[in-house]
Design a protein around this ligand. Sequence first.
Ligand code: HEC
Length: 108
Amino acid sequence: MTGWNTLKRTGFAALFTAAAVSPGLAANAGHGEELALQWCSACHLVSNDQNKVSVASVPSFFDIARRPGFNEDALKTFLADPHPQMPNMTLSNGEIADIARYISSLSE
Ligand code: HEC
């Protein structure tokens, strides 16, 4: 049966689902932190929540964010083409935006 109530329910459910899975509309720093902990923390100090020891010679994300001239867009460009030492990870544009927003938030 497809009464108004059913339509409303399924319609709203679809809306919420779309919002939950669509990346990139608004970069999400919280998600960026999860990604950074997952992908970057083997080498970089990425978060105060990190319990692994990072490689001392690699710049921490705090250092990167506080550099004069730090720029979130430049960081996104950099991440689209991973640095040689980075494992070959395939980050989507949405994930890159989230990580860039997260790193950006560390300068505050
Ligand atoms: C296997 C180790 C490794 C991993 C994993 C790694 N990096 Fe790096 N990263 C490095 C090293 C080493 C450097 C410094 C040398 C260089 O720039 O290539 C670096 C440099 C950087 C820089 C540039 C710093 C500068 O000097 O401008 C950024 C930004 C960066 N990493 C982001 C990330 C992000 C984001 C991730 C996770 C998605 C990540 N890295 C994962 C090793 C790693």
